[in-house]
Write a protein that binds this ligand. Structure first.
Ligand code: GLN
Length: 274
């Protein structure tokens, strides 16, 4: 049996539990071989199957995300280290980077609220050439991950800072200063929503759930945004597909104007708040 045969067999097995069975099998094989996926596809398909491969496929068959098995995920063309301590960066969130490019191309200081792996902060800094960035998170493990990703991608401590802050506590924003751009992918899932087991059983609940309507974190953060914004600043918040109206209403009640941008599936995903 060659690598190509093993990928075919694993794809058939994973089809029962994954919408991306072929891609999953390829990524796990590339990981077992210690190659990038494209190098594997180009030059390793007729080779020997690495002994680790079947174990990796078994893990994926129990719904463990590929990103957790290989310890990394791609966001906006860059690879980020991730773990069960952070949300896996999703393609949908790339909408926030596009919105930031459109509205905050000249930003000099950016804040990422709930930075997790640091994917949004680091990508915005690199793509928009922003000199100084601050990521906050209520999880020390997440911050360690974000810090590692920042330095791996060339942002040293004095350009990208990370602070342990919990916005459910009074005084959490003390000393952070003001920002030209604020990014935030808060938890926004309703507490009793039915999630895929891949998400529910493996990703951090603190990064997903936000009260009965998924709105608790917007209600905490939006009224405080003004204190963190410089003159002409823009905030870009991720929202759930059905939350455009409710989150816009919260932002309007705080005196902001709001526009929405859609993700690639044409669902409203980013709110631009000024
Ligand atoms: N988009 C994520 C999901 O549906 C939720 C992310 C979040 O709550 N910020 O799994």
């Amino acid at each position: 049996m060659s690598v190509a045969d093993a990928i075919r067999a694993a794809t058939a097995k994973l089809t029962l539990t994954s919408d991306t069975a072929r891609l999953d099998a390829e990524l796990l094989m590339a990981h077992a071989l210690g190659l990038t996926r494209s190098d594997m596809l180009i030059r390793a398909m007729q080779g020997e199957i690495p002994s680790a491969f079947n174990g990796l496929i078994e893990r994926r068959a129990t719904r463990e995300p590929v990103a957790h098995i290989i310890g990394e995920a791609e966001f906006y063309g860059r690879s980020f280290r991730i773990s069960q301590d952070v949300l896996i960066p999703r393609g949908d969130s790339e909408t926030l980077i596009e919105a930031a490019r459109e509205y905050a191309g000249n930003a000099r200081r950016v804040l990422d609220l709930g930075t997790g792996s640091g994917a949004l902060l680091i990508t915005a800094m690199l793509e928009l050439g922003i000199g100084n960035g601050v990521g906050v998170d209520a999880s020390g493990a997440a911050l360690a991950m974000a810090k590692g990703n920042a330095s791996a991608l060339g942002l040293d401590d004095d350009r990208a800072e990370f602070h342990l802050r919990d916005w459910r506590e009074a005084g959490w924003a003390k000393g952070l200063g003001r920002f030209d751009l604020i990014l935030c992918n808060p938890p926004y899932v309703e507490i009793d929503a039915e999630l895929e087991p891949d998400v529910r059983d493996f990703e951090p609940a603190d990064a997903l759930f936000s009260g009965p309507e998924g709105l608790d974190d917007y209600r905490i953060l939006l009224p405080q945004l003004g204190n963190l914004m410089s003159k002409n600043a823009v905030a870009v918040f991720e929202i759930g597909a059905a939350q455009q109206q409710s989150v816009s209403d919260i932002a309007s009640a705080c005196g902001f104007t709001v526009e929405a941008r859609n993700d690639l599936a044409a669902r409203p995903r980013a709110l631009i708040i000024r």
